[in-house]
Design a protein around this ligand. Structure first.
Ligand SMILES: Cc1ncc(COP(=O)(O)O)c(C=O)c1O
Length: 373
């Protein structure tokens, strides 16, 4: 009888889904990882025009439209001071597919991938699906990942380590000095640094630098997407950037798994990347205000909350029973252990929700905190 692959049996539907299902109707959802802004109009219009002009009825090239990859290349020059040609990127179906093809192309069965713990759920799952072994790296008190801990965890079986900054689920931002160290480690140990930069623009304190800017070798691959920067999670458009030999290997996976990213989304993404960048400043200002509101509220409840410096998540340390008490009262938050063993004792809240709802949710959380004391 055909059984299931061992690889697929090692992954399960993410713990985030379980929380959504446990919540009643009318619950306030602080579990969602997407901005609550509309996609910029010029991006929507570009897709509409491309559809109406009959430009999106067929496959695009596997790597994606040249115009889009040129826009990605210019974005890297503009925002990251990186010289990445259009031939050095592949447009993917969201950051998710970008992570998938990067891991598939670089990780052999039994090889290790170092992942932040707590960290974004896909890193460990995609490593398992590639037949590899995720190795969790404990975070510092402030929830950033210490380069020395990554370096210490490297063995001869290590294929890659993942850096995510600003981070989901913690909101932590790695310093430029850390990023320089990650690049050095990738160079010196000849291991791949997979840099997930999907939240790069959403930084309140500190500065986002890509480890690629510091690397002497081609051992850094960037994963990015329009999803969070332009509020385009539904469009499914991301990319990988890397050296020619790495792009060529990742393209093999992309070609067979996906063929090409959705054509209408490619037109929308080109417009988002090359048009007005106004939405970014607007979102960041709004998220910063909400971060402060949530931080004040949680600290007022007596919780210990590492200050998130970016993204739109906060990860307070919470007492036993807190997550359940909050969900029972109608606010969806995600238990920290959904993001790795060391996430236990934390909860992840997304504050990409309107201020009135956040205030209501904070009242409910204060009530739940009182009840379990
Ligand atoms: C850190 C991180 N990387 C990648 C992704 C995937 O993004 P996309 O929606 O573009 O697939 C997410 C989505 O939540 C994320 O939080």
């Amino acid at each position: 009888m055909t059984d299931f692959s061992e690889r697929v049996e090692q992954v399960s539907i993410s713990g985030i889904r379980e929380v959504f299902e446990a919540a009643g109707e009318g619950a306030i959802n602080l579990g969602l990882g997407q901005p609550d802004f509309p996609t910029p109009d010029h991006a929507r219009q570009a897709a509409i025009e491309a559809i109406e002009a009959g430009k999106v009825d067929g496959y695009t090239t596997n790597k994606g439209l040249l115009e889009l990859r040129e826009a990605i290349s210019e974005k890297h020059a503009r925002d990251n001071d990186l010289d990445i040609g259009p031939e050095n990127c592949i447009a993917t179906s969201g950051g998710s597919e970008a992570l998938h093809i990067a891991i598939e192309a670089h990780v052999d069965g039994g090889q290790e991938v170092l992942v932040p713990d707590p960290g974004f759920v896909s890193y460990a799952a995609l490593t398992h699906l590639a037949g590899g072994e995720p190795v969790p790296v404990e975070l510092r008190e402030d929830l950033t990942m210490a380069p020395e801990d990554v370096e210490r965890a490297i063995t001869e079986d290590t294929a890659a380590f993942v850096v995510c900054s600003p981070a989901n689920p913690t909101g932590a931002v790695q310093s430029p000095a850390d990023m320089r160290e990650f690049a050095r480690i990738a160079d010196e140990h000849d291991v791949l640094c997979l840099s997930d930069e999907v939240y790069e623009h959403i930084v309140f304190e500190g500065e986002h630098r890509s480890p690629m800017a510091f690397a002497d070798s081609d051992n850094v691959v960037i994963v990015n997407a329009c999803s969070k920067s332009y509020s385009m999670t539904g469009w499914r458009l991301g990319w990988v950037a890397g050296s020619e030999r790495r792009i060529e290997r990742m393209l093999r996976v992309h070609q067979y798994a996906q063929a090409c990213a959705s054509a209408p989304a490619q037109y929308a993404a080109e417009a988002a990347l090359s048009g007005s960048q106004g939405i970014i400043g607007e979102m960041v200002a709004s998220f910063e205000g909400r971060r402060d509101l949530v931080l004040d509220g949680l600290e007022g409840m007596g919780l210990d909350v590492p200050t998130p410096q970016g993204a739109f998540y906060v990860m307070p340390r919470v007492p036993e029973g807190w997550v359940e008490a909050v969900i029972d009262r109608g606010v969806i938050v995600v238990p920290g252990e959904a993001f790795g063993e060391r996430g236990a004792g934390h909860a992840r809240l997304s504050y990409a929700t309107g201020e009135a709802e956040l205030e209501e949710a904070l009242d409910i959380m204060a009530n739940a905190t009182e009840a379990i004391r």
